[in-house]
Ligand binder design. Structure first.
Ligand SMILES: C[S@@+](CC[C@H](N)C(=O)[O-])C[C@H]1O[C@@H](n2cnc3c(N)ncnc32)[C@H](O)[C@@H]1O
Length: 420
């Protein structure tokens, strides 16, 4: 297979759609890394756009197919259709798609069909594309979200998911200056947002570690702890380290713990790049007996359904079957985190989930289990935080459709807890 961005995107699509692998697991693999960094970034962008537009691409192509071709061929049609319907150069897109199919032993026979279908798509596809509905979330997720937030909100979330996500950065200092330097916007909560960033590692300030990539919503939980200088803080599920970096940059004495050695490698890289420090521990948090700490950050493993605008592969690969186990793990981690706090210490619980079972319900259940435990209601009275983002329990509920006109934000739930 020629090492082009399109071939790279097709490999990624095949792994997601045939093997059920997540893009985040694939971007560090040898197959992906053999592309040069700019082509790699383009391959990833093409794969993301195709996954976001999958439902529309299938609807555009379907009338031109007499028989459903094998998945590898369908993926070529999908990628090319997305490109053609989003203004791609017809000649280049069709030729490369046909050449790609002809190169494959199992797909070569479909070259003529792909050529004929894509020529029709090039002519008629863009108008059809514009008329088709915004792609829906799969049923396993759409239904519980509609129950929790209502149909109109789910539709607004889907519109933001389809639009894709800008790139948010947390800067060590001088956010306004960095926004101007990078051609981005300073968000009301202090993050810097870039709409067409290109290759992240080529941006000014990356090498020197003046900033790190972190969605604006993901940057808020740690801000809820306020001034952390001099505090001992356990980041209990730390990798890849966005919150560890915030805590360390704020002057906290940080212990960054995670069960995954592979994911902790990212924490080490991020600390080295930014020149920040933390004690890094590989362990199952449930068996960790350090401390006691002034604060514990529990960014618990969850369905990650709040991150779909950045990870459109997620609802396609998962079916919600793991959520029951995650809910149990979150409750166990929460209970254990409370044992690691100094008297009067604070526990910051958060999940990047849209499901109340992993957010509001966890806190409700924890308050019922632990006498004297309470939510600190003012913790998220922060610049740029809108009053209607607050949840009834004193936490903060963020949804992808907030700031829709700016590109949305990750879905998140967060609450700051203390005893007494
Ligand atoms: C949502 S991610 C954390 C993101 C991170 N806080 C950040 O801001 O970059 C959840 C993490 O929990 C870790 N994890 C899952 N189960 C764990 C356990 N029993 N003990 C410690 N870490 C665990 C996963 O490896 C994963 O890195």
């Amino acid at each position: 297979m020629a090492a082009t961005a399109r071939a790279g995107a097709l490999w990624l699509l095949g792994q997601v759609l045939a093997e059920g692998r997540l893009l985040s697991e694939l971007t560090g693999t040898a197959q992906h890394l053999r592309l040069d960094p700019a082509e790699r970034a383009r391959a990833q962008r093409l794969a993301l756009e195709t996954l976001r537009g999958l439902e529309k691409a299938d609807r555009v192509v379907k009338p031109y197919l007499r028989k459903m071709p094998p998945l590898a061929v369908r993926n070529v049609l999908r990628l090319a259709t997305v490109e053609l319907c989003q203004g791609g150069d017809a000649h280049g897109v069709v030729n490369e798609a046909v050449a790609h199919v002809r190169r494959g032993k199992r797909t070569a026979a479909y070259g003529g069909m792909v050529n004929a279908v894509l020529r029709k798509v090039a002519l008629e596809g863009p108008a059809k594309w514009a008329e088709l509905r915004v792609p829906h979330l799969p049923k396993w997720l759409r239904q519980p979200l509609a129950e929790a937030w209502g149909g109109a909100t789910v539709a607004a979330m889907e519109a933001v998911h389809f639009a894709g996500a800008p790139l948010d950065l947390t800067v060590k200092s001088d956010a306004r200056e960095w926004a101007a330097r990078l051609g981005g916007a300073l968000l009301p909560t202090g993050s810097v947002r870039l709409t067409a960033p290109g290759q992240v590692s080529a941006l000014p300030g990356f090498e020197r570690g003046d900033w790190w990539v972190q969605d604006a919503a993901a940057a808020l939980p740690v801000r809820g702890l306020g001034e952390v200088a001099g505090l001992s803080v356990l980041d209990m599920c730390a990798a890849p380290g966005g919150k560890t970096l915030q805590l360390a940059a704020g002057g906290a004495d940080v212990t960054a713990l995670d069960i995954s050695e592979g994911r902790l490698a990212r924490v080490h890289e991020n600390l080295a790049r930014t020149g920040l420090s933390a004690a890094v521990v590989t362990a199952d948090a449930l068996a960790f007996a350090g401390g006691p700490f002034d604060a514990v950050v529990l960014d618990a493993p969850c369905s990650a359904t709040g991150t779909i605008r950045r990870h459109p592969d997620l609802p396609l690969v998962q079916r919600g079957e793991a959520i029951g186990g995650l809910i149990e793990l979150q409750a166990a981690l929460l209970d254990h985190a409370l044992t690691l706090l100094k008297p009067g210490g604070r526990l910051l619980y958060c999940t990047c989930s849209l499901l109340p079972d992993e957010g509001e319900c966890q806190i409700e259940a924890a308050l019922a289990r632990h006498e004297g435990l309470r939510v600190m209601p003012g913790a998220f009275d922060l610049p740029g935080v809108a009053p209607d983002w607050r949840s009834d329990d004193g936490g903060l509920r963020l949804r992808p459709d907030y700031w829709a006109e700016r590109g949305g934000m990750d879905g998140f739930y967060m609450a700051c807890l203390t005893r007494g």
